[in-house]
Design a protein around this ligand. Structure first.
Ligand code: MG
Length: 179
């Protein structure tokens, strides 16, 4: 259970985006902020996480940039709006990492590759992966977290997941309530 992890103010939280923070668009991408919808309880949970965690990172695969469905500037603008809304609700986001490469090119950044974790560690050297939780809704999130030695937490959705997480929750809010 997450209670046994003894999370304190030195811990880091790594959050996937689609399916964790916002409603995932299956077979598509969020290309416009009007289609970005926070999942229920996320904003209030982010406010609690801001008090509990030293660093809060968002690590998101967005090959829609490589597919030229959205520009990098467009994605960054969308993320700035998301971050502003989280901060307005009392939350914090230390850094957003977006892997924009194509799925089929053995990318360095794209989960389950660990590039985004390595970048977080490079920018914030006191990040301790043994005191980090990766929260995701897919196999790739869990593999990313396990490769880096993080605790892994699955948000259960309709997605079929074969990798075993350390813990599972029905929502971010349920995890927040367990802290
Ligand atoms: Mg996801």
């Amino acid at each position: 259970m997450s209670k046994d992890w003894k999370v304190d103010e030195n811990w880091s939280l790594f959050l996937d985006r689609d399916g964790v923070i916002n409603e995932r668009i299956f077979d598509g991408y969020v290309l416009d902020y009007k289609d970005f919808h926070f999942k229920e309880g996320v904003l209030e949970s982010m406010a609690t996480f801001a008090e509990k965690f030293k660093y809060i990172f968002i690590v998101t695969n967005q090959q829609c940039v490589a597919l030229e469905k959205i520009s990098l500037e467009g994605l960054n603008a969308l993320h700035a709006q998301m971050q502003a809304e989280i901060e307005k609700a009392g939350g914090k986001v230390t850094h957003i990492f977006a892997a924009t490469e194509l799925k089929n090119q053995e990318p360095f950044m794209r989960k389950p590759s660990i590039g985004m974790g390595k970048m977080a560690k490079a920018l914030y050297p006191d990040v301790d992966f043994s005191k980090s939780i990766m929260v995701g809704d897919t196999n790739t999130d869990l593999i990313f977290g396990k490769k880096l030695g993080m605790k892994t937490l699955l948000i259960v959705t309709n997605e079929k997941v074969s990798v075993k997480p350390d813990v599972s929750f029905s929502s971010i809010k349920a995890f927040k309530d367990s802290l």
